[in-house]
Design a protein around this ligand. Structure first.
Ligand SMILES: Cc1cc2nc3c(=O)[nH]c(=O)nc-3n(C[C@H](O)[C@H](O)[C@H](O)COP(=O)(O)OP(=O)(O)OC[C@H]3O[C@@H](n4cnc5c(N)ncnc54)[C@H](O)[C@@H]3O)c2cc1C
Length: 452
């Protein structure tokens, strides 16, 4: 018999990965009652993270999730005929990471419901979300909330939203089991895509091949493993991962198409992490970018709820950052694809020029500096402040080490032709000599001041 259990929450977060988890922790700190609904991903995945991503996870407030992370292991990259083994990464089990995130949320006093989001209904009063908590029974949890955070990753429904998609891309994952070995990972390009492989000390090997959906001519499911394994056997860096090992389990397809949501926030909803923008896994930065949007979301939500008169400003702040981050990672990916010059197959041709031909970074032009009013985060809210924009920093810089930068630039722009910048900053802003000297050095190093 169908059983319905009712719960109320101020804010509901759908999905408890890094983005949903970080947003929920941020909202809890701002004093909101939050419910997170999540279920484990339906496939096993291994991902590589750098120390920078680990730092990001720590800063987001995760502790349990990080307790059992393995140490960094060597990473080999074979690209454009060259091999480099100078890098390392931590090989994480995504089920374990997501489980740890759930424990961190509970430790912070956040209710976590383990179940599948079945239906989301929107009304003037807010949201009503139906959650199936047990596949075997007909128990449905119905949660009413004023505000909805969509953090279901790439599987978040996007019907009706404007989205920009890169070349359709798929990653095929499989596990092999072999003898215990040194943990390690390797990436290698091939004619129709690229491979990422990882091995854990217990002998588990994880093999991931990424292809172009349109041109790969992939065989049907029954022959997919053989197809992938034929390619893997041609890759020199795959040898240690295949040695004395056998396939274990089935192959799983994961979509890895870059996607940008052109509308990532509304009056009573927001999309965070991969649900807002998902980048090409080539950059190995997916968790980092998921955290970036999630760390900004609580202040945006707080503004939408507490100061609805500033809704347009809060939305502008969030969407600009989501767009900016997406293009930054898309261009990093483009440049990395372009550095592999050996093949002109559709996989490489389409990715070398997408999303555009703009450089990743522009050298700062001292003449481009402008003082403008833009949204910033201040005390957990989005407010409008004077910031400094440059041709390479269109979102603006508000403070540097606690010092507002707009007055600095204004003072320099108004200084006499014979006055040196340090004297000017000391005189106008009454900065101590050492502070003015340090700031002047920074201004020259970052090309905010032209060297004579
Ligand atoms: C092939 C591939 C390889 C990658 N490799 C790396 C890598 O090496 N390093 C890296 O940093 N990033 C990597 N990424 C990217 C990384 O996985 C994501 O960017 C990151 O996990 C996004 O975090 P998120 O919280 O937005 O979403 P997710 O981590 O996807 O979390 C969403 C959560 O919502 C749950 N959920 C989904 N639907 C429902 C539902 N209906 N009901 C309840 N719960 C639901 C999911 O099970 C999941 O737990 C890779 C991505 C792909 C596709």
């Amino acid at each position: 018999m169908l059983q319905v259990q009712q719960t109320m929450a101020h804010i509901i977060v759908l999905g408890g990965g890094p983005a949903g988890g970080a947003t929920a922790l941020g909202l809890k700190k701002l004093g909101y009652e939050v419910i997170v609904v999540t279920q484990p991903r339906p496939f096993k995945a291994v991902e590589g993270i750098s120390e920078r991503v680990l730092e990001g996870l720590r800063n987001a407030g995760f502790k349990q999730a990080l307790i059992d992370l393995p140490a960094a292991s060597p990473r080999m990259a074979s690209w454009n005929g060259e091999t480099n083994s100078a890098n390392s990464e931590r090989l994480i089990n995504r089920h374990a990471l997501d489980r740890g995130i759930g424990l961190d949320l509970q430790a912070a006093g956040i209710m976590v419901i383990d179940g599948r989001v079945d239906k989301v209904n929107r009304s003037d009063a807010g949201y009503v979300v139906a959650v199936k908590t047990d596949a075997e029974t007909d128990v449905i949890q119905v949660i009413s909330a004023d505000f909805l955070v969509e953090a279901r990753g790439r599987s978040a429904p996007g019907a009706g939203l404007k989205r920009l998609r890169g070349s359709e891309t798929v990653s095929l994952l499989q596990y092999w089991q072999g003898e215990p070995c040194q943990p390690q990972s390797a990436a290698e390009s091939f004619k129709d895509g690229w491979a990422w492989m990882a091995a854990w000390s217990d002998g588990t090997r994880y093999l991931q091949l990424t292809f172009d959906v349109v041109s790969a001519n992939l065989p049907d499911k029954s022959q997919l493993i053989d197809h992938c394994n034929r390619i893997l056997r041609t890759l020199p860096s795959a040898a240690p991962f295949l040695d004395k090992a056998e396939p274990s389990g089935i192959i799983h397809a994961r979509t890895s198409t870059p996607i940008l949501c052109r509308e990532a926030v509304g009056d009573n909803w927001i999309r965070v992490g991969d649900a807002a923008m998902a980048v090409d896994p080539l950059s190995g930065n997916g968790i980092f970018q998921a955290l970036s949007s999630a760390l900004q979301a609580p202040a945006v939500i707080n503004t939408l709820l507490q100061q609805p008169q500033r809704a347009a400003l809060a939305k502008q702040f969030y969407q600009q950052r989501v767009d900016h981050l997406f293009y930054r990672f898309a261009r990093i990916g483009r440049d990395f694809y372009a550095s592999e010059e050996r093949w002109d197959t559709p996989f490489w041709l389409t990715r070398r020029h997408w999303p555009d031909n703009q450089p990743l970074h522009q050298e700062t032009d001292p003449n481009s500096l402008q003082v403008v009013t833009l949204p910033v985060v201040s005390n957990g809210l989005i407010t409008a402040e004077e910031v400094v924009t440059t041709n390479d920093q269109p979102l603006g810089i508000w403070h540097l080490n606690g010092l507002a930068m707009a007055p600095v630039v204004r003072a320099l722009q108004q200084r006499g032709i014979d006055e040196n910048p340090q004297d000017c900053l000391q005189r106008v802003l009454e900065l101590p000599p050492q502070t003015a000297a340090g700031l002047t050095r920074w201004l020259y190093q970052n090309r905010w001041l032209a060297t004579q």
